[in-house]
Design a protein around this ligand. Sequence first.
Ligand SMILES: NC(=O)C1=CN([C@@H]2O[C@H](COP(=O)(O)OP(=O)(O)OC[C@H]3O[C@@H](n4cnc5c(N)ncnc54)[C@H](O)[C@@H]3O)[C@@H](O)[C@H]2O)C=CC1
Ligand SMILES: O=C(O)C(=O)Cc1ccc(O)cc1
Length: 367
Amino acid sequence: MSKKVILVAGLGLIGGSLAKGMALVNEHHVIGYDIDEQTLEFALENGIIHEITSNFVEAAQRAEMIFLASPISATISLLHELDRITFDHDVIVSDASSVKGAILDTANNLENEHLIFVGGHPMAGSHKKGVQAAKTHLFENAIYVLTPGPRCKEEHIEEIKSALVNTQSHFLTLNSDEHDEMTGIISHFPHLLASSLVQQASKWQRKHPYLRDLAAGGFRDITRIASSNPYLWQDIFHHNQEKLLLMLDNSIEEMNHLKQLIVENRKEEMISYLQEAKDYRDGLGTKKKGALPSFFDIYVDIRDQTGAIAKVVQLLAEHDISLRNFRILEIREGIMGALRISLGSWEDHSKACEILKSNDYDIMVEI
Ligand SMILES: NC(=O)C1=CN([C@@H]2O[C@H](COP(=O)(O)OP(=O)(O)OC[C@H]3O[C@@H](n4cnc5c(N)ncnc54)[C@H](O)[C@@H]3O)[C@@H](O)[C@H]2O)C=CC1
Ligand SMILES: O=C(O)C(=O)Cc1ccc(O)cc1
């Protein structure tokens, strides 16, 4: 049986991670296209793709499936280029863009009847960029949004899901407007806010030279995403302009409300405001069933314990408990505080809690 030819255009953090997972499937032959030659060479040398191409049109004609994972504006241009190609078979085309409105507008106006578009957006990533940061497990347990275009049938969605099986993500179908509003709320506007907080601090730095030394965990947590790729985020803001303006207006109202609570010293209302926010935040990413992923997290106190991480991982492995993920949470930069381990099921979660407690580890679980 001949292999399924898949073309991935744009082999950065996201395209590289998708290609890497797809290249692991024996029945796939993954061709990589990128405007950056070094990216292509790195991808081939590291088994992220099986073949390099500098000829997008010729590779597209050979492909059964095409993933466009370039910056959004470049992805729109590539969609127009695909529209002009003569195909002798149908091709499923997907993308990875963080904004879907402009992409679906383009897809809806494609005239080439061989193109079947299924928009995609893996809801995970990092502040890093480039193929060197690509990882197969980048999207594990994350939501992967699909936004079907015209001519897209259930069977095409299933083909995309099957090609992306190694992402181990949870697929969710949305229309582009729902997608852009939701990502505007939980990703794009927070990013704008993070950058503005850093800008604000950097202006005050002129008055207080020691300000940066005072920046504690909270400031670092809330501004981590301000370290992301500025070109990529400008592109995201540009394409999600309408929803961002809505969120900006929302936020100005929210700030004015908070200002009133502070000016009028309305203590009880402030406590309720903070409590409601805490309750919502505490409920994110824990036991929720349904479309949202469950992480089954346990926090293990590892302060002042040499080799504690290895010991915890080994202890759980000895009891056949495999970790989905783990992360060291710092109390201060460079100083470890807790190890957050994510299990795959409630059964593993309960078993791990028991084992850790009986081995005298201080643990905390979110309720
Ligand atoms: N960075 C993140 O955390 C996430 C990004 N996305 C989306 O994924 C897409 C890619 O983002 P990243 O991988 O983070 O960016 P990246 O900067 O790591 O990679 C982009 C790649 O596209 C290549 N490229 C640029 N123009 C091209 C063109 N005309 N043709 C072919 N290749 C081209 C670049 O050389 C680079 O290798 C964007 O649309 C972004 O909105 C989606 C989810 C998460
Ligand atoms: O900024 C975030 O929320 C991230 O942590 C990573 C990310 C960046 C861009 C996306 O489109 C989706 C996820």
